[in-house]
Design a protein around this ligand. Structure first.
Ligand code: SAH
Ligand code: SF4
Length: 352
């Protein structure tokens, strides 16, 4: 009989499984509390459930988990973390400290099925979706690292690592509930969680239906359909008007402004005409713009915009009243910056 990974079960699933194994329901709450409240994953360490119950668990379940395999600390204190999933795949996360925050960037898939032309993860195939528990593990393990290295806990979580979170919506939503859960999770406020998406309309609508008041970032990168489709294939089936409409409904629910991520690519999307189109988009849905410097990726031929071009682009947006931040690139010396999260250990999955 194949053992079930106990960490894939919800509280209700665990209860019915244990009842069907002839155990009383209260045992399920105890075990669930060990797993998610205490983060004790070894059945033999669950001290109040009795030897017989520990034996039942061992015979029916396994408790798989994610491990840290590598740590790299950048000169700017950014830490890149290499994780290994229970089945031997590499994923990555990043810890980014600032004066007031410790933000972590986590992965939602192993690889990515989309192939945005500027992204290192896009060069990989999608191997599989991550389970909610694997997303949760990244946060738990990075919490320990934050306390150890910065003496401060995590303040913000962004789903901006490997993968497209809205193409793994069920597990991503489960992970958000786990992180938010007061009794069994980290009691993490929705306001401090951000999902970054390439613009999956159905996924944005689902989040709206579920009324989860997190923040959404759209990897916009181009202000019109023609260019966007050229650099991000997903735009073909998810055109900008539909994405913006879905984002607007999400905004109406949460009142959280959308963040438009915009990587400046030299000669591609950095002209003043394009800045004007971007301003027009920002009038359709309450949004602010995050300008991101392009990080060089091996095998990808774009370059970052030069400084005068970047400055006039940003100045134009600001003159039109758009809130526009320039995101400092962190952890560059260790390949931890955006779009560089294609783990070298996963080289076998690279499309040659
Ligand atoms: N799939 C989701 C989540 C990954 S987020 C998404 O695309 O939004 C990764 C972020 O880094 C995205 O905003 C992505 O567009 C950006 N990015 C990808 N490649 C980059 C590069 N080479 N330089 C800078 N940013 C990049
Ligand atoms: Fe996937 Fe996001 Fe990279 Fe596009 S930018 S390939 S959606 S991870």
């Amino acid at each position: 009989m194949e053992l079930v990974n106990i960490r894939t079960l919800s509280a209700d699933d665990l209860k019915s499984s244990l009842i069907s194994l002839g155990q009383p329901a209260f045992r399920a709450s105890q075990v669930y509390h060990w797993l998610w409240g205490q983060y004790v994953l070894d059945f033999s360490e669950m001290s109040n459930i009795g030897k017989a119950m520990q034996e039942v668990l061992t015979q029916n379940f396994i408790s798989q988990k994610t491990k840290i395999t590598q740590l790299q600390k950048s000169q700017d204190e950014t830490i890149k973390v290499g994780f290994e999933t229970y089945d031997g795949h590499a994923i990555e996360g990043v810890l980014i400290p600032t004066d007031s925050r410790v933000t972590i960037c986590i992965s939602s898939q192993i690889g990515c099925s989309l192939a945005c032309t500027f992204c290192a993860t896009g060069l990989m195939k999608r191997v599989r979706n991550l389970f909610a528990f694997e997303i949760y593990d990244q946060v738990k393990l990075m919490q320990e690292l934050a306390l150890q290295h910065y003496k401060r806990p995590i303040t913000n979580i962004v789903y901006m690592g490997m993968g497209e979170p809205l193409l793994n919506l069920d597990e991503v939503v489960k992970s958000i509930f786990l992180l938010h859960d007061e009794a069994h999770g980290l009691n993490f406020s929705y306001k401090r969680i951000t999902i970054s998406t390439s613009g999956i309309v159905r996924g944005i609508q689902k989040l709206t239906e579920l009324k989860i008041p997190i923040n959404l970032a759209l990897s916009l990168h181009a202000p019109n359909n023609a260019l966007r489709t050229q650099i991000m294939d997903i735009n073909k089936s998810n055109p900008l008007e539909e994405v913006v409409e879905a984002l607007d409904s999400f905004y109406n629910l949460t009142q959280n402004k959308i963040s438009f991520e915009y990587v400046l690519l030299r000669g591609i999307n950095d002209s003043l005409e394009q800045a004007a189109e971007l301003v027009a988009l920002c009038r359709k849905v309450p949004a602010f713009v995050n300008i991101i410097e392009f990080n060089r990726v091996e095998g990808i031929s774009y370059s970052k915009s030069d400084t005068p071009t970047k400055t006039s682009f940003v100045t134009y947006l600001r003159e039109k009243g758009i809130t526009c931040k320039i995101r400092r690139s962190r952890g560059k010396d260790i390949d931890a910056a955006c779009g560089q999260l294609a783990n070298k250990l996963n080289n076998v999955n690279l499309i040659s």
